[in-house]
Design a protein around this ligand. Structure first.
Ligand code: KG4
Ligand code: ZN
Length: 352
């Protein structure tokens, strides 16, 4: 069962060919970092145009690297949301065209389900498992019961974790994308110099909040002597910020672990996915949290944690195995929650 996957929902244009056993026959990721760098963040219009400029070449070269003809494919999967709608349309329309021309089943994949199911490709994790999905656009804790079956335990009431990394990096002049830059700066910084708040730590529920932490970092930076921040200041701010954020996330995960272990006694795996799961301080904290609860942490390799098309092909394969095929009339969805029944987050413990 060989499937072509396409990902264009954010600032990575990606294509991959994966088989039913989870073997990656070929993959390519074309990042748009250079296009967005001057703006310190992603510009949706630029992203959509860049996807359009790259997608055909990327699909063609990935297919030929895989040594697979379109006739040998069992289906074509593309991210159909959530994400920046212009980009999503580019990938989804490309997949629809391939599907129509070669008469292949179309698999309209939820980008978040791609992140959520990656650990089944890399580590053959069985359902149910507890998932921490931390990316530039999302910060959620979900009980994953099966393909298409998610129960949300917590989400962010303001920024996503990656967004907090990106905004702090921009504020400190560390550039974009912020997560890796903060992690690098933090390595040579003193995490104890600034005692930043740990949002929601100790509060009931599993929701997240990062905007108060962001404000505290800005105020600390502004309180330093006027003029350019010294490298050591930046490193210390980055290290103190990262430590506070990781601490806050670990507290929320600990609560989710308790709820999950009660509700799903058979589930013993904590999966961390999404771009921020590439952060090694976060990985270390999650690993400690998991082992205290006799759970195992599974964090896919970094290249499969950040946006890629392997995860989209794989989610397509999982859906195809269950006969979940989509029509060519499937509409791209800028918003597409994994658990549509989840109540709006208010962040128990802070004012809504
Ligand atoms: O999953 P992803 O590639 O794209 C989205 O779907 O959002 O996540 C990108 C986010 C960015 O905010 C980036 O700054 C963050 O993941 N990120 C990191 C690290 N690598 C990427 N955050 C913290 N530490 C990292 N090493
Ligand atoms: Zn993502």
């Amino acid at each position: 069962m060989i499937v072509l996957g396409i990902e264009t929902s954010c600032d990575e244009t990606a294509a991959a060919v994966v088989d039913g056993e989870g073997r990656i026959l070929a993959e390519a990721v074309q990042s748009q970092t250079d296009e967005h760098q001057p703006f310190g963040g992603i510009v949706p219009e630029i992203a959509a145009r860049a996807h359009l400029a790259q997608i055909d070449r990327l699909v063609t070269t990935t297919m030929s690297k895989a040594g697979v003809s379109y006739g040998e494919l069992a289906g074509v999967a593309a991210t159909a949301g959530p994400g920046l709608i212009g980009g999503v349309l580019v990938g989804l329309m490309t997949a629809k065209a391939i599907s129509a021309v070669h008469r292949l089943p179309l698999l309209a994949v939820n980008h978040l389900e791609g992140h959520a199911l990656t650990a089944r490709l890399t580590d053959k994790v069985e359902f149910p498992y507890l998932l921490l999905l931390v990316s530039g656009g999302h910060c959620q804790l979900l009980a994953v019961e099966g393909v298409g079956r998610y129960h949300r335990l917590g989400t962010t009431v303001d920024d996503a974790a990656g967004e907090a990394f990106d905004k702090i990096a921009k504020m400190l002049g560390l550039g974009y994308p912020g997560g890796p830059a903060i992690e690098r700066a933090a390595k040579s910084g003193d995490a104890k110099r600034f005692d930043f708040p740990r949002p929601l730590k100790g509060k009931p529920g599993c929701d997240f909040s990062f905007s108060g932490l962001k404000t505290a970092v800005r105020q600390a930076a502004e309180a330093l002597p006027p003029g350019a921040l010294q490298d050591s200041d930046v490193n210390d701010l980055a290290a103190s910020f990262q430590t506070a954020l990781v601490d806050s996330i670990a507290d929320r995960v600990k609560r989710a672990v308790d709820i999950f272990r009660n509700a799903y006694p058979a589930g013993t795996t904590l999966v961390a996915s999404g771009g921020v799961a590439a952060n090694s301080a976060l990985r270390a904290a999650l690993s400690a949290t998991a082992s205290r609860a006799s759970m195992t942490l599974v964090a896919p390799p970094i290249a499969l944690c950040t946006d890629n098309a392997v995860m989209i092909a794989w989610a397509g394969i999982e859906r195809l195995k269950l006969g979940l095929i989509d029509g060519l009339d499937f509409k791209a969805r800028p918003r597409w929650p994994l658990d549509p029944t989840a109540p709006k987050a208010t962040g128990a413990g802070i004012k809504a």
